[in-house]
Write a protein that binds this ligand. Structure first.
Ligand SMILES: NC(=O)c1ccc[n+]([C@@H]2O[C@H](COP(=O)([O-])OP(=O)(O)OC[C@H]3O[C@@H](n4cnc5c(N)ncnc54)[C@H](OP(=O)(O)O)[C@@H]3O)[C@@H](O)[C@H]2O)c1
Length: 257
């Protein structure tokens, strides 16, 4: 039986990964800050699918939290075969409206934690000659869109670069770039979603299913929906000066309320 560790497992995309991987018979290590919610999730997944689900409470905005998850990933006696770096959040407000402390917390969770956890997992996986890492980025990585988009651009560049360096070792790394997904994300950030057209919303379970198919095919970048693949194709050929205008208008329309 293989084991998957998922950060931000208790809600949204992370919870969809947990459901799918448990249904496929993987044991799980569930990571988030809310211990009670983690324990309820572990019990439910164990009872429903007969898998073992460990709970690891950690705040990935802190050094101690990141170190605790690193330690678990380095444990050779209880190897982790798949890491899903998914924990993340949005900040309310555009540039200079967000406090420096909140900007830095975002970089800690989206970049430093992803760097350190990927590295801890990948080095143990390379020794065993197999394993996978999914780093959840966003299509926001491809448009100029504040610290959120910049942090997700880092996730994409870092993951694809590391994937290239580890080619042939048996360790697969993939950046996953969802569009809008119905989760707790927007509500937690205080962002309004009423104006987002229905066709732009993705289902978390379908997203995870497409992502795991892409990982099994050895892709290092997954944009798992034809609508967003088409949109990102347009973005690629649009001058960045135009994109800046569109994304800041989008920010005003769909952004914090
Ligand atoms: N929803 C979207 O439209 C969308 C689109 C593109 C990309 N994404 C990305 O997808 C990922 C998951 O987002 P989601 O939409 O599923 O969000 P969500 O529903 O708000 O879930 C976030 C999860 O992360 C955990 N978490 C948050 N901060 C944490 C921290 N400091 N340390 C440890 N765990 C933490 C939360 O649990 P606790 O609060 O208990 O810690 C929760 O389990 C994020 O990286 C996000 O940027 C989302």
């Amino acid at each position: 039986m293989t084991t998957a560790l998922i950060t931000g497992s208790t809600a949204g995309i992370g919870a969809a990964f947990a459901r799918r991987l448990a249904a496929d018979g993987h044991n799980l290590v569930l990571v988030a800050r809310d211990t009670e919610r983690l324990q309820d999730q572990a019990t439910e997944l164990h009872d429903r699918h007969g898998i073992e689900a460990e709970v690891l409470t950690a705040d990935l905005a802190t050094d101690d939290g990141i170190a605790a998850v690193e330690e678990r990933l380095k444990d050779r006696k209880a190897a982790v075969d798949l890491l899903v770096n998914n924990a993340g959040f949005g900040n309310k407000g555009r540039y200079l409206e967000v406090s420096m402390a909140d900007e830095l917390t975002m970089l800690k969770v989206h970049c430093e934690a992803v760097l350190r956890l990927t590295s801890a997992a990948a080095s143990a996986m390379r020794e065993r000659g197999r394993g996978g890492v999914v780093n959840v980025a966003s299509v926001a990585a491809f448009v100029p869109r504040g610290t959120y988009g910049a942090s997700k651009a880092w996730v994409v560049q870092f993951t694809q670069g590391a994937a290239k360096d580890l080619a042939g070792t048996g360790v697969r790394l993939m950046a996953l770039c969802p569009g809008f997904v119905r989760t707790e994300f927007h509500q937690r950030a205080g962002m309004g979603t009423d104006n987002i057209p229905n066709w732009m919303w993705l289902d978390a379970d379908k997203l995870v299913s497409a992502a795991l198919t892409d990982l099994s095919r050895g892709k290092s970048l997954s944009i798992p929906d034809p609508r967003y693949k088409a949109l990102m194709g347009v973005v690629k050929v649009t001058p960045r000066s135009l994109l800046g205008g569109v994304t800041s208008r989008t920010g005003r329309k769909y952004g914090p309320q």
